[in-house]
Design a binder for this molecule. Sequence first.
Ligand code: ZN
Length: 249
Amino acid sequence: MMIDSHCHLDFPQFNSDCHETIERALSAGVVEAINSGVDYKTNLSTLALADKYDHIHATLGLGPGVAVSKSEEEISRILSRIEQNIEKAVGVGEAGLDYFHCKTDSGRARQANVFKKVIEIAETVDKPLVIHGRDAEYESLELVRHLDNVVFHCYSGSLETMNLITDAGYYISIATLVCFSKHHQNLVKHLPIKRMIIETDSPYLSPRKGRNEPAFLADSVATIAKLRGMEEMEVAKVTAQNTRRVFGL
Ligand SMILES: [Zn+2]
């Protein structure tokens, strides 16, 4: 019984077989999933998916890529839509900073401005915040320290910052990257189990060839069990409990 804490089943990669993908996930033991919006359109399709399937939950966000590519007007429109619909969601995000894709000071400042507005929503509605903090994990942490519930989705930063995040009582979401990345395997060895949740980030980061899907979360569970010297059942159980705790499922 696993929970995929982060995926995008409403993305075009699943246009032809979204329902079958969800069925395969259930057969593989992925009993719940959290689908995250990143912009106006995907916030709506995420809500539609959560409405259709009881075991799929929505978070509504505004990704850092969107923060730099859209106009002020469009950003405001996304933010007010998030506010209007947030009671139907289990969390806010994904949102954050992406220094990997954005190298300019002006772009990064813009990301921070938009991120602060999303943080304010999470604070106001008192829901967990899902952070996308690629190459900007520490910078993201410094902006959210006043929040109670925070998840660092697809955490790929340093061991030092990971320790600061878990010391703050926040959660680290380990993506299926752990199946093939030595860096993520090392993170998993040092991550307090109470702070670990797991995700596929489908359709990205497949541990197999091609498109990723929630059913492949089983590969992560097997890998993590080996790294930690735990039973697979135990890894699935504890990470599912952690996900339920942080998102209030
Ligand atoms: Zn994502």
